[in-house]
Design a protein around this ligand. Sequence first.
Ligand SMILES: [Zn+2]
Ligand SMILES: [Zn+2]
Length: 328
Amino acid sequence: MSAGVPESAKRGTWASVARWFDGWAVAESRRDSAEKVDWLRITPFLLLHVAALGTIFTGAGFVAVGTAIGLYFVRLFAITGFYHRYFSHRAYKTNRFWQFVFAILGNAAAQRGPLWWAAHHRFHHKHADETVDRHSPRQRGFWWSHTGWFTARSNFRTDLESVRDLAKYPELVFLDRFAGLVPALLFAALYGVGFWAEHSAPHLRTNGLQMLTWGILSTVVLYHVTYTINSLAHVYGNRRYQTTDDSRNNLWLALLTLGEGWHNNHHRYQASARNGFFAREIDVTWYALKLLERIGVIRDLVPVPESVLAEGRAADAASAPRSSSPMS
Ligand SMILES: [Zn+2]
Ligand SMILES: [Zn+2]
């Protein structure tokens, strides 16, 4: 045995690498509760940022850019409509087949598994902006709430206790444990389609590397747009509801995130499938969910109670400018 490297460190290195593939590999140890960035484990995440820069060298083709934009919106909706409003908040119902499809689509955004995502998000709602909140900008500032928190050793674990309603489905547990599988298959498929196009359909003017790098860029942009809800929606915007946290309503974030920017509304009444509580509050996720309801994919969308709407109207009226004089 070579001297110098302690056994626990070797084991830690092995655990970080093994967990790239299997999030449950290697039994948990005390190291796993440290609030320290696990640099080795987040290497794939960092490499995706570097690979996204590859688009500079592979160039912009119509098919590759179009695919990246399409993948961006489908997966953003999978995060907001499925990972957030369905898996985390159970804001509507669906059957087991569609639930699995939703989990695969959410997984394709490479933001870990549905159980991990829901467990951490439920914890956030329980303790929003308190000292134990894992991604509170009030407690730890912008960068920690944006990206730091989920790179920490202590936040890789999925607390199965808080997602028992989801953990009873083995297919969801599988996707949570092997959370890199769907993104890896997506990237391989993008490369494969591009490779095929280059050799068999040259009029599409793309190739494997171009499709792959644009798919990765789409993933990286999607990362940082999702993170704004943790880092910015608790700092910038207005507070219609005097919740115990710092959550805000922010039109720009709502437009950017398909409706998640109505974050103060959401912290006031998290069970609702709707985050834009009033018709003027654009909530694209809600419109898309209504469409899925209409075609029979989902059902029983939880509405905002009339009492919460009335409370909101009263708060808006109280904060409206009082100087308005009758128009002449
Ligand atoms: Zn929040
Ligand atoms: Zn939420």
